[in-house]
Write a protein that binds this ligand. Structure first.
Ligand code: TNX
Length: 528
């Protein structure tokens, strides 16, 4: 790190001299941090509309055009995509390498971005776009540099809760834009929960009639937008628990859970779908058929978390049946970590989430947590105490693990920092689950996925943004920015431990892009 920072400084001084007084040196920073990045002594590449983007391979044409549109929106610099390189060009080419591995090299007259696939080249172009930053005029000096880069994990995701708060397809597409700026490639959409069912299901109109939801067409537009940006959509229907919305629409389905009390905890319910009821399982199979048909990706997420009050045998029967239905369509099953209680194998993806930070554990004594009746707390506690055994089962079976530890990957905790924007300090009082301890940007950055579960097959890292406290699209933006890039760095970077100060400095430089894109962000006073 030191090496990069020091070379970076001397390069900056050099560029201040080398660049004409009219052209600003780019002050953009790359986040996630690339594997290696070194600056050279040569003159910079002056990026302006005289540069062309030249895809050397026909498969790179779309990526060239996408980059050119994204760069123009961010910098105002408009680049043409051409077949032949003139005096100044950004050359895109395909070369050997691992998936998503790329190299980026900047010389005075050429920028070369080479990768093993269009996706890999797109990752390289994204680094270039970040480096360009937001120049004051339609021109920017990109320093002479060499980057070699590849991701640590192939699964780099964000789970978005559209049940507790519904987001329009345009809002979801904006989230995809944020994700791609940080090289994330999986959008997991939590389509159903107690508070709302957000996807139309043929034959079951009461689930969604008159409510905010996606039609099949809306959903296809989202998956197409995502696919065009190398993002796979993983649809989730959360079953058999978290299904109050189903019981409200179809009260004739029997409830497989039993509760010691009439349960009044806001937003939670003790109601689970029953695997031994034929109409229920007919419904489940129609829903899974639908998801397998409308989601072009390889995966379907069946939830499986927090089935409070459901007997274990019933739970295992339910999960096995649902998995069977997903596999029938040739798709892979993803489930929250409790799914392992029903048995898992090497084809399954187990999403780990039950790992609380020390601050959060202390917050169990806070008033919001203490308000839960003792019997219910015991019921909830029972599901969490089995969490370590879930992981052990996943490891033994060789299942793929997706890391979403609550301590670091949950973006819905309150902000510890105050904001430099006074109006955000009012929002700070209500945004984020009050049962969680507030977390700072450095708290959330303080982990290393590679050393967390060493003996496991780790597919990747996924952030989660739950929306119980979200009242608008703006609230969502504040939870994502500035927190999302930190998780993205954990998912992508192989550089090992990076000093928090370095991360915060690079994060600070992102604000110019967010402002240019019209994205709201929380102005944590330690950074912005
Ligand atoms: C736990 S993560 C949940 C969600 C909540 C979230 C709040 C998971 C599988 N279940 O239902 O929204 O905590 O952070």
């Amino acid at each position: 790190m030191d090496r990069i920072t020091k070379t970076g400084l001397s390069t900056l001084l050099f560029l201040l001299v080398a660049c004409s007084p009219k052209t600003a040196v780019s002050d953009g920073e790359i986040l996630p941090l690339p594997e290696t990045c070194s600056y050279g002594e040569a003159e910079p590449f002056v990026l302006d509309s005289h540069a062309a983007v030249v895809p050397e391979d026909a498969t790179l044409r779309e990526v060239a055009e996408l980059f050119s549109r994204q760069l123009e929106r961010q910098t105002g610099i408009s680049l043409q995509v051409k077949d032949q390189a003139g005096k100044k060009a950004i050359i895109l080419s395909i070369g050997p390498g691992e998936a998503e591995q790329y190299s980026l090299s900047v010389t005075p007259e050429r920028i070369s971005v080479r990768g093993s696939s269009p996706e890999a080249v797109y990752r390289g172009l994204t680094s270039l776009r970040q480096k360009a930053g937001v120049p004051a005029e339609r021109k920017v000096c990109v320093p002479s540099m060499e980057i070699q880069d590849a991701p640590a994990y192939s699964w780099r995701g964000l789970s978005l809760d559209v049940s507790r708060h519904f987001f329009t397809k345009e809002e979801v597409c904006k989230v995809i834009d944020m994700m791609t700026l940080y090289k994330l490639n999986v959008l997991h959409i939590h389509l159903t929960d107690n508070q709302g069912w957000r996807i139309e299901v043929p034959g079951y109109p009461a689930l969604t009639d008159g409510k905010d939801r996606y039609s099949e067409q809306d959903f296809s537009e989202i998956t197409a937008y995502a696919a065009g940006r190398f993002v796979t959509v993983v649809p989730e229907i959360d079953i058999p628990g978290h299904t109050q919305a189903v019981f409200e629409a179809y009260p004739e389905f029997p409830n497989a859970a039993s509760s010691p009390l009439p349960f009044e905890l806001p937003g939670q319910a003790i109601a689970c779908l029953d695997p031994d009821d034929a109409p229920t399982m007919d419904f489940v199979s129609k829903v899974i058929d639908l998801l397998c048909r409308i989601a072009p990706g390889e995966y379907v997420h069946i939830g499986g978390d927090e089935t409070f009050g459901m007997e274990e045998g019933k739970y295992a029967r339910f999960v096995s049946a649902a998995k069977e239905m997903v596999r029938f369509h040739g798709k892979k099953v993803v489930g929250w970590q409790e799914m392992a209680r029903a048995g898992v194998d090497a084809h399954d993806y187990v999403q780990h989430w039950i790992r609380f930070s020390s601050k959060q554990q202390q917050s169990q004594d806070n008033p919001a947590a203490a308000a839960i009746p003792a019997e219910i707390r015991a019921l909830l506690g029972a599901t969490y105490t089995k969490a370590p055994a879930d992981l052990q089962k996943a490891e033994e079976a060789g299942a793929e693990l997706i890391l979403s530890p609550n301590a670091w990957a949950y973006l819905d905790c309150p902000f510890e920092e105050t904001s430099t924007d006074p109006s955000q300090n009012e929002i700070r009082q209500r945004l984020g689950l009050q049962s969680y301890a507030p977390q700072s940007l450095t708290d959330l950055y303080d982990w290393n996925p590679a050393s967390l579960y060493k003996d496991y097959d780790v597919a990747g890292v996924e952030a989660a943004v739950w929306c119980e406290t979200v009242t608008s699209d703006e609230d969502l933006e504040l939870l994502l920015l500035p927190r999302l890039p930190g998780v993205a760095e954990k998912a992508w970077s192989t550089t090992g431990s990076v000093a928090a100060e370095d991360y915060l400095r690079r994060l600070g430089s992102q604000a110019a892009i967010w402002e240019r894109m019209g994205w709201n962000y929380y102005k944590a006073d330690t950074v912005f």
